[in-house]
Design a protein around this ligand. Structure first.
Ligand SMILES: Nc1ncnc2c1ncn2[C@@H]1O[C@H](COP(=O)(O)O)[C@@H](OP(=O)(O)O)[C@H]1O
Ligand SMILES: [Mg+2]
Length: 291
């Protein structure tokens, strides 16, 4: 197992949590935080069991959310947070509604449990914790500056503190076989089957946006294509790692992915190796859902 794929147990063990001091560096902090929430989720899964899937989803969402909220308030008190589980931060900007994050320079965009459905299904390991940092300052355009995707059931965390190496071409596509496109198990975009047929690709269904982007980063898939609905927290952390790795990440029409927007909806994206991007974007252009 390579250095970047180990969990950060070496940085902070589960029992260090109460009094341990997390790393000062934001990327290392993101990894530390995602791993802490991952430990909590493994514990919830073990203690709650799978007999009531809905109860397990709720318990997991809540426990991971509580941990992220408390640790961000403790260690990054001046920063704003956009979280799937924090209704106040999620609301879109409206006349009477101005979430703190919209005036902030540093915003943590977190998904306490991505792939909630898979978390509740016994034996599945395709679920993740996402922790990303978005920053805006006068020296550079607003962007994702740190990110961590913990995949606790795989004992694997990818983060920007040790950005993974640029992925190799999967053996299948490197030897002239089909391109592998990771897509949602339960809500794949309507056009993705036709797109795959057109470019001779094979669809690889799996849960969690973070896990699918990790599959591209690890060279297990050539691309991840999604459309039809998603939010900033579903992609911010894995996109931060993918970009740090040198991969292509954009909306399916090729425009940049933008975060900490007034409306946190970010309904589509494509992540792939740079060599594949022109071909995939050209094919996507022919399949774009009508606006
Ligand atoms: N059409 C859609 N509308 C809203 N969210 C969607 C969506 N399709 C996928 N997502 C969200 O994107 C994440 C990955 O989905 P999938 O596993 O199907 O690929 C999940 O996040 P959560 O598990 O955090 O809710 C899921 O809810
Ligand atoms: Mg999610």
């Amino acid at each position: 197992m390579s250095e970047q794929t180990k969990t950060s147990a070496r940085i902070a063990g589960p029992r260090e949590s109460e009094g341990g001091t997390p790393p000062v560096n934001d990327s290392a902090f993101a990894r530390w935080l995602a791993d802490r929430a991952g430990e909590v989720l493994l514990q919830v899964r073990a203690e709650t069991g799978h007999s009531d899937g809905k109860a397990l989803k709720t318990a997991g969402d809540q426990a991971a959310h509580e941990l992220l909220r408390a640790e961000l308030a403790r260690w990054r008190p001046a920063d704003a947070v956009l979280s799937e589980e924090d209704e106040e931060s999620r609301v879109a900007w409206t006349e009477g509604n101005h979430p703190d994050r919209l005036g902030a320079n540093r915003v943590w965009i977190v998904d306490p449990l991505d792939g909630t459905r898979e978390f509740s299904e016994e034996g599945r390991d395709d679920w993740a914790v996402h922790v990303a940092l978005w920053t805006a300052d006068s020296s550079a355009p607003a962007r994702l500056t740190a990110g961590a995707v913990a995949m606790p059931a795989r004992h694997c965390t990818l983060a920007t503190d040790h950005a993974p190496a640029y992925p190799p071409m999967p053996l299948e596509s490197a030897t002239g076989g089909a391109i592998r496109i990771a897509a949602s198990r339960t809500r794949p975009p309507a056009f993705v089957t036709a797109l795959a047929e057109e470019i001779g690709a094979e669809l690889v269904p799996m849960g969690s946006a973070g896990v699918k982007i990790a599959a591209v980063i690890n060279g297990e898939a050539d691309a991840y294509v999604h459309a039809g609905g998603q939010y900033e927290w579903d992609s911010a952390a894995p996109v931060a790692v993918a970009l740090a790795t040198g991969l292509h990440a954009s909306r399916i029409d090729g425009t940049p992915l933008e975060y900490n927007r007034a409306d946190p909806k970010l309904p589509d994206l494509v992540v792939c190796r740079k060599d594949l991007a022109p071909r995939l974007l050209a094919a996507l252009q022919r399949h774009l859902p009508s606006q």
